[in-house]
Write a protein that binds this ligand. Structure first.
Ligand code: SF4
Length: 426
């Protein structure tokens, strides 16, 4: 069971992939997070690849909980969102002020202030272009959709996914539905209708991804699967299936299709995975004639979680475990100086045996935040080879992080002046 609300850190990525059916990414995306396998898994990312190759519009969605400061560990998600925006995605960002009110007792005005000053300003400084950023407490689209989605699941399912029991808070029922609505609402007609949608998350959020993908499928009037070179389309019993089958067959006239009105199925011979995606996307447009709530199951990337400077998860309860993007250079240097390392007990041992970068939060600073592949490789090899000492290594990491923090500081006022181009006023 993965607990999205707990403080566990999940390290055994291979086991997680096996147990929860998460696939490895291919080498389609040329970005250092993919190249360094910091994004270790995905669900149906082939839909996003298809959209990019065929210049079809797609969405990228994320959320932020306005409590405390944005830290380096949060940055990886927005780095991906900016990357996908550069590849053509329309971006949607939910400010989870309902959740911060319920779980941290942070009022809506205060949440707004935190979201803007600690998060959104940094997103803009990091390169985010105008997009739709909205507050959960104000957004009628997501609230309505969450209510509708609640009719598509039940307590048995939520208990199975989240391990809830009779004394679980109802927040753990409402929150996944709101998050599903945050993602799926990006495909409402007013935002362009059903589209491939990518959601970058930490693996601890996978239960939410599984639930929202299932909910999206349940609201559709058809399902598409592929086996042995056949694509099978099955139409649900709640609609005029004859009409849908006729329309679908004429839409897919370049395929070798046979259909059965009684079983409500269409079979397409000699089809590939790529055909399946093309068929699904074509049918989703057809479906929107019949169905107002027509969603393509969202895709996800799963990123590894950066280790805190004190080991374990970065946590605002342990301020020295993380570097906030609003920290001063001197704070960052002090925290890095007192960080755990993967170094040996003595300099002599370090020279003889080399350090252990795989178990070093300082090495992770390079791995997650230094975009220069060659430099990261150099740090790794020097550490392993015993020619790099932890003190000097920390100084170099401090320089790199300080440059990043100073750049953000320099851009802050300009980013703040653009904020209105980002916030939804609906
Ligand atoms: Fe970590 Fe650097 Fe020490 Fe290696 S030399 S263990 S990377 S701090």
């Amino acid at each position: 069971m993965i607990d999205p609300w707990g403080s566990n850190q999940y390290f055994d990525y291979e086991k997680l992939m096996k147990e929860f059916g998460i696939s490895a990414p291919d080498n389609f995306f040329d970005h250092y997070l993919f190249r360094r396998h910091l994004i270790f898994g995905q669900r149906s990312i082939d839909y996003i690849e298809y959209a990019i190759k065929n210049r079809i519009k797609f969405n990228a969605v994320t959320g932020l909980m306005p409590s405390g400061a944005m830290h380096l560990g949060n940055k990886i998600t927005i780095d991906q969102i900016i990357f996908f925006q550069g590849l053509g995605a329309d971006v949607f960002i939910s400010v989870a002020d309902l959740e911060s009110y319920a779980t941290r007792n942070i009022g809506f005005e205060r949440a707004r202030e935190i979201a803007i000053n600690n998060y959104i300003v940094n997103y803009i400084s990091l390169g985010l272009k105008p997009c739709r950023i909205y507050f959960q407490s104000e957004d009628k689209d997501t609230q309505r959709l969450a209510f509708i989605l609640s009719n598509e699941t039940n307590m048995t399912e939520l208990k199975a996914i989240y391990g809830l029991n009779d004394s679980s808070s109802m927040l753990h029922v409402n929150s996944p539905l709101i998050q599903a609505a945050d993602v799926l609402h990006s495909q409402l007609k007013k935002f362009g209708g059903p589209r491939p949608t990518i959601v970058p998350v930490g693996v601890d959020q996978d239960p939410h991804i599984r639930l929202m993908r299932d909910l999206a499928s349940r609201l559709r009037v058809y399902s598409v699967s592929i086996k042995d070179g056949y694509v099978l389309i099955s139409i649900k019993g709640t609609m005029d299936s004859r009409k849908f089958i006729d329309d679908a067959v004429s839409l897919l006239n370049n395929y070798d299709a046979s259909y059965n009105y009684d079983y409500r199925t269409i079979e397409l011979k000699n089809s590939t995975e790529n055909d399946k995606i093309e068929i699904d996307l074509k049918l989703s447009l057809l479906e929107s004639k019949y169905n107002d709530l027509d969603f393509i199951a969202p895709s996800a990337t799963f990123q590894k979680l950066e280790t805190g400077l004190k080991g374990g998860k970065m946590s605002s309860h342990v301020p020295d475990s993380l570097i906030s993007l609003n920290d001063d250079e001197s704070d960052a240097r002090r925290k890095i100086k007192s960080s755990l390392t993967g170094g040996r007990k003595t300099i002599e041992d370090q020279k003889i045996y080399g350090g252990n970068p795989e178990r070093c939060p300082v090495y992770e600073l390079y791995l997650y935040h230094d975009k220069d592949d060659k430099n990261v490789q150099r740090v790794y090899e020097e550490c392993r080879g015993g020619v790099r000492m932890c003190g000097a290594c920390k100084n170099e990491a401090s320089e790199m992080i300080s440059r990043l923090l100073n750049e953000l500081k320099e851009k802050k006022d300009e980013s703040l002046s653009k904020i209105d181009e980002y916030l939804s006023h609906e």
